[in-house]
Design a protein around this ligand. Structure first.
Ligand code: NAD
Length: 257
């Protein structure tokens, strides 16, 4: 499966799922633009190492996905966008009546509105190129809910809805838009939740993982960032040309329950 000649922009890709997706796209031959809101030596080294490992062009562009104008500037600065992976995301857990407004605003902006801004900026480039793939990293929480994750669940349901709209608006063009809905993937975002969960339930971290974090994931295993990346590569392949407006769950059976 070759993505040679394609340029992929992956938002929020200096760690976790975004990095895993970027690596699999690079492995398939795509030129990659890495992004996050930081801009340090490690970010640029990540790009250099990936370019060397896969023999493709990899650049790092700083842009804060909480700001609409920076989302659009990222796409413009990249200069080409055949594949857009809207991945940047953050999480905050609190009861809805105690949910800090600034956390709500940040989650809606980074997890949902950035998908709108980046997609709006990328579609004209895809049309010009005559080919395009939008891959949105939603979540099992885009299809189901959990208490205390109001902003996250709202944003991810929004991303699933937006994916369908983009698919309908591009249905007659050689462009597709789909969402991947991961269950739990062991990334820094999830690793940060483990000690607090263990403390809250008075359990060891191993017990907290199995009995609380993976409670709704029948496989009882985390998905890997490579598996999410592989799913993204599939959605960019010719085999997926007629797959648009849908969600692919990579959740060890969570949403089958
Ligand atoms: P992570 O914390 O490892 O990565 C988040 C990425 O987003 C980082 O690269 C970070 O730099 C970037 N980011 C955060 N704020 C940003 C901003 N303002 N501007 C630009 N970039 C920003 O987390 P992850 O688990 O890899 O999450 C990636 C995506 O996958 C998120 O959208 C998340 O909701 C989704 N997801 C994760 C899981 C999971 O279990 N890990 C499950 C379902 C969905």
């Amino acid at each position: 499966m070759s993505l040679k000649g394609k340029t992929a922009i992956v938002t929020g890709s200096n760690s976790g799922i975004g990095l895993g997706v970027a690596r699999e796209l690079a492995r398939a031959g795509a030129s990659v633009v890495l992004n996050s809101f930081t801009d340090n030596d490690e970010d640029h080294k990540l790009a250099e190492d990936m370019a060397r490992e896969f023999g493709v062009d990899v650049r790092y562009i700083k842009a804060d996905m909480s700001k609409g104008e920076e989302c659009r500037a990222l796409i413009e600065q990249a200069g080409a966008c055949d594949i857009l992976v809207n991945n940047a995301g953050i999480q905050h857990v609190a009861p809805i009546d105690e949910f800090p407004t600034e956390k709500w605003d940040a989650i809606i902006a980074i997890n949902m509105s950035s998908t709108f801004h980046c997609t709006a900026a990328a579609l004209p480039m895809m049309r010009k190129a005559g080919w395009g793939r939008v891959v949105n990293i939603a979540s099992a929480h885009g299809l189901t809910a959990s208490p205390f994750k109001s902003a996250y669940v709202t944003a991810k349901h929004g991303v699933v809805g937006m994916t369908k709209v983009v698919a309908l608006e591009t249905a007659k063009e050689p462009i597709t838009a789909n969402a991947i809905c991961p269950g739990y993937v062991k990334t820094p975002l999830v690793e940060a939740q483990i000690p607090d969960t263990a403390k809250e339930y008075n359990m060891t971290e191993e017990e907290a993982i199995e009995q609380v974090i993976l409670a709704r994931q029948p496989s009882k295993e985390f998905a890997t960032t490579e598996q999410i990346g592989g799913t993204a590569v599939f959605l960019c392949s010719d085999a997926a040309e007629q797959i648009t407006g849908t969600t692919i769950s990579v959740d060890g059976g969570w949403t089958a329950l």
